[in-house]
Each structure stands twice: as C-alpha cells, then as structure tokens.
Design a protein around this ligand. Structure first.
Ligand SMILES: *[C@@H]1O[C@H](CO)[C@@H](O)[C@H](O)[C@H]1NC(C)=O
Ligand SMILES: *[C@@H]1O[C@H](CO)[C@@H](O)[C@H](O)[C@H]1NC(C)=O
Ligand SMILES: *[C@@H]1O[C@H](CO)[C@@H](O)[C@H](O)[C@H]1NC(C)=O
Ligand SMILES: *[C@@H]1O[C@H](CO)[C@@H](O)[C@H](O)[C@H]1NC(C)=O
Ligand SMILES: *[C@@H]1O[C@H](CO)[C@@H](O)[C@H](O)[C@H]1NC(C)=O
Ligand SMILES: *[C@@H]1O[C@H](CO)[C@@H](O)[C@H](O)[C@H]1NC(C)=O
Length: 410
C-alpha cells in the first residue's frame, strides 16, 4: 500500500504511522511462529512464503550469531528473508506438500567456519541433509537436533566437536549416513549405534575408547569405519551379525588384540577388510576363504602367526593382499607367488624362510616358540587383552607392541 502513495505527499507523521503498523503486524505474525524479533519493517506483505521459512530464518540467524570466523564469506549473504538464496542453504518441497518450499539441505563443506551449533537448529525440522565437512565447528551437538525427523545424511567430519558420542544422532529416525570422523569425540561407542538402521557409519579418527561393543545384534550397515581410535579388546564374534550388508570393515589402528574370530569369514559381502596396525595374534582363520567378494585384505603390522592359507590366495576377486610386519612362517601353494595370480601383495618383515626382507631368526624364534591359544584368549573388559599376552609374545623392537601393553581402559 505504501507504494501506491506518492512519497512527496507523505507527511512525517504518516511515515511513522506506516512504520508502526507494518512493524506491529510483523510482530503479530511472528507471535504465531517462533520469534518476535524483526529488523525488516518496511514490508507490507508477509515476508516469508510460509511459516517454515520464517523458522528457518530464525534458526540461520541464530547460527550466524555463533559463527565467529568465516574466512571464505559463506555466511556473508545470510541476511534478509530469502533464506533459500543463502550460500549453502538448499530449499525443496517437503514430501507431504509439493506447493511450498522448505529448507531441506545445508552444505557448508570446506568452509573453514569456526563456531558452534546453536539450539535453534532444531527449528530446521525439514532438513534431509547436513554437510559440515572440514570446518572448525566445536562444542557439542545440541539436543534439539532430535527434532530433525527427516534427516538422512549427517556429515560432521573434520571439525572440532568434543564430548562423549553424540547420543542425539541415535534418535534421528531417518538417518542413514552418519559421518563423525576426524573430531575429538571420546569415551565408548554405544551398542545402539550398530542396531540402528544406518547404511554407513564413519567414526574413525576420534578419541573413542573402550572395547568394540561385543553384543552386535542385526545391523544394516554396508560400511563401518572404526579406524584410529583406541578401542582395544577383541573383534567380537557377533560381527557376523553384519553379514547381510557389510561390504567394508576398517579397523586400522584401533588397539585390537586377540585373534581374528572365524566369524569374520561369515561376512560374505565383504570387499574390503583392513585390520592393519593392531595387536592381533594367532592365525588367519581358514574361513576367510569364504569371502568371495573380497578385493582388499590388509593384515599388516600385527603379531599374527601361522601360515598364509591357500584358500585366501585363490579368492576370485582379491586384488591386494598386504600381510607385512607379522610373524607368518609359511605360504601355502600359490600363496608363494601371488603375482602369478595377479594379486598385489606385501609380505615383508615376516618369518618366511624363502623370501627377502624378513625378520631375523632371533626375532622369529622368540614369537614362534610361544604359540597362541585363541580359545583361551581373554578379550576386552577390565581384564584387558594385554594381560593375556604372554610376555614372550611381544617382539622386541616392534613399536606397535607398546600400546598393547597399556591397559585397554581403567
Ligand atoms: C570476505 O569479505 C571480506 C570483507 O568484505 C573481504 O575483505 C575478504 O576478502 C573476503 N574473503 C574472501 C575469501 O572472499
Ligand atoms: C533469490 O534467487 C532467485 C532465483 O535465483 C531470484 O530470482 C531472486 O531474485 C533472489 N532473491 C533475492 C532477494 O536475491
Ligand atoms: C521442532 O520442529 C517443530 C516443527 O517445525 C517446531 O515447531 C519446534 O519448535 C521445533 N522444536 C525445537 C526444539 O526446535
Ligand atoms: C593411531 O591412532 C591413534 C589414536 O588412537 C593416533 O593418535 C595415531 O596417530 C594413529 N596412528 C597412525 C599411524 O595413524
Ligand atoms: C595395497 O594395499 C596397501 C594397503 O592398503 C597399499 O598401501 C598399497 O598401495 C596397495 N597396493 C596396490 C598396488 O594397490
Ligand atoms: C611367479 O609367477 C610368475 C608368472 O607365473 C613367474 O614369471 C615368476 O617367475 C614366478 N616367481 C617365482 C619367484 O616363482
């Protein structure tokens, strides 16, 4: 209505009245939504296409207030009501109403933003994906995230989040893809994480401790990456409950001890198995010969003994078999010439009599004279797997053996 009046005829008193009316009507509208704070008083029609966009505006402004560094100016255009035009904010119609648009995605990957996640993010209840990879977000995740009932993908990787495992993610009913790697989360991983309907679980490169939960029930995950955490304990036999879906299991550098359970061989869909840089002892289970889809097998940097079984060397899809830095002492049949099978391999620093670059006889003897009884090996818990390693098992001069000597957890 203001635009129909010629500005030259508007008296100062009328301007004040117009400003008052428009601001009070904004405030009235706002009472029915979330916040009463408005800075745009010159609009004469509701500035938001729908109340959800107004909620999103409130959430994003609250977020901007707790961002204290934004070197690439991702959020500089987070002003005004057109939230769908903000950098990194994506709108789409919600599943139940094709006529409106709501904020459905946030993608601030690589923005190097420093700040927090405010409680108001719970207002973005239509979000399907959040990508915050490679920023400097810190603190903990707000409990209000539980409101994001549509959230499908949550990628918080490579940030500075701290505290215990963010339990709030377990209450997200639609979540499929959880990536919290490269943060500073600590403490135990909750068993519920693995019984949730997740497709991908990335928790690597945090400070998670305590053993891998031993009571895996059914899981739907196709990729699980635990790597570079101080988990300790043994890989539980219940890992076989991942069999129907698991394709990649990465347990690199997780302070694992004990023997590989034969149940690993039940994970028949597995394409990648990497348990390198741990304190595993004992033999390669023969059951691994059942992993018909296996392409990458990495056992390097453990204290495994026994033979390299032929069944593994003839796996039809195996392309790379790395077992260097162990104490294997024999290769069955074709395993002696993996090249002839087209398999890339690394067999260095074992106790293979015919091969170059092996450990010294003395080093080998020390370990091979004390065979491991996997059946009597105690895993995890307060008893600590390390307590069960006979001292003679620890090869001198193997740097990786020292973490094993520290108690798993107190
Ligand atoms: C971000 O904005 C500030 C102030 O407008 C400017 O000085 C700086 O060069 C901008 N940075 C980038 C990466 O565009
Ligand atoms: C927002 O983006 C749309 C589509 O690109 C454009 O038509 C509109 O003018 C933009 N609005 C503002 C306020 O920038
Ligand atoms: C949860 O979402 C609803 C619907 O968008 C909203 O009204 C409510 O305020 C939100 N709750 C929190 C805690 O953010
Ligand atoms: C192994 O994991 C620990 C954390 O548990 C980490 O500090 C260390 O750098 C990792 N080692 C390698 C070689 O990545
Ligand atoms: C085989 O796997 C190891 C360990 O992941 C890796 O370092 C190596 O580069 C791979 N070799 C080939 C030829 O892909
Ligand atoms: C391994 O097999 C390849 C091809 O079959 C052959 O050329 C090579 O001489 C064999 N190497 C050894 C050490 O037997």
């Amino acid at each position: 209505m203001a635009s129909t009046l010629s500005s030259s005829f508007i008296s100062p008193a009328l301007i004040i009245l117009l400003v008052y009316l428009s601001s009070s009507s904004n405030n009235l509208a706002a009472k029915h939504t979330y916040s009463a704070s408005h800075h745009h008083r010159h609009h004469n029609r509701p500035p938001f296409q729908n109340p959800k966009l107004q909620q999103a505006y409130n959430a994003l402004q609250a977020w901007k207030r707790v961002i204290y560094s934004d070197p690439y100016n991702f959020t500089s255009n987070w002003v005004g009501h057109e939230v769908c035009n903000y950098t990194g904010v994506f709108c789409a119609p919600p599943p139940n109403d094709k006529k409106i648009r709501v904020v459905a995605g946030i993608d601030l990957n690589g923005a190097d933003i420093a700040g927090f996640l405010p409680d108001e993010l719970g207002l973005l209840s239509d979000l399907a994906l959040i990508h915050l990879n490679s920023n400097r977000f810190c603190g903990i995740l707000p409990q209000t995230l539980a409101n994001l009932s549509q959230l499908f993908e949550l990628d918080l990787s490579n940030n500075r989040f701290v505290g215990p495992f963010p339990y709030v993610v377990l209450s997200l009913p639609s979540l499929q893809y959880l990536d919290i790697r490269y943060n500073e989360f600590e403490g135990p991983l909750p068993p519920q994480l693995f019984s949730k309907n997740l497709d991908a679980i990335f928790v690597n490169n945090n400070r998670f401790s305590n053993v891998i939960p031993s009571n895996f029930v059914g899981s739907s995950a196709s990729v699980v990456v635990f790597a570079n955490n101080k988990l300790g304990g043994c890989l539980p036999p219940s890992i076989s409950n991942f069999a129907n879906t698991l394709e990649e299991l990465l347990l690199i550098n997780t302070s694992l001890s004990g023997c590989l359970p034969p149940e690993v061989g039940y994970l028949y869909k597995l394409k990648v198995l990497d348990v390198s840089n741990n304190n595993l002892v004992g033999p390669i289970p023969y059951s691994l010969a059942g992993l018909a889809h296996l392409e990458q097998l990495n056992l390097a940097h453990n204290m495994m003994t026994g033979i390299i079984p032929m069944g593994v060397c003839i796996l039809p899809n195996l392309a790379n078999f790395t077992f260097s830095y162990n104490f294997f002492c024999e290769e069955e049949g074709i395993c002696q010439n993996l090249t002839s099978n087209g398999i890339a391999f690394d067999d260095r620093r074992n106790c293979l009599p015919e091969k170059p670059n092996q450990r010294s006889q003395k080093e080998c003897r020390g370990v091979l004279e004390h065979p491991v009884d996997c059946f009597h090996y105690h895993c995890g818990g307060v008893r600590g797997s390390s307590a069960a390693v006979p001292p003679a098992m620890i090869p001198a001069g193997t740097p990786l053996s020292s973490p094993a000597m520290a108690p798993g957890y107190v």
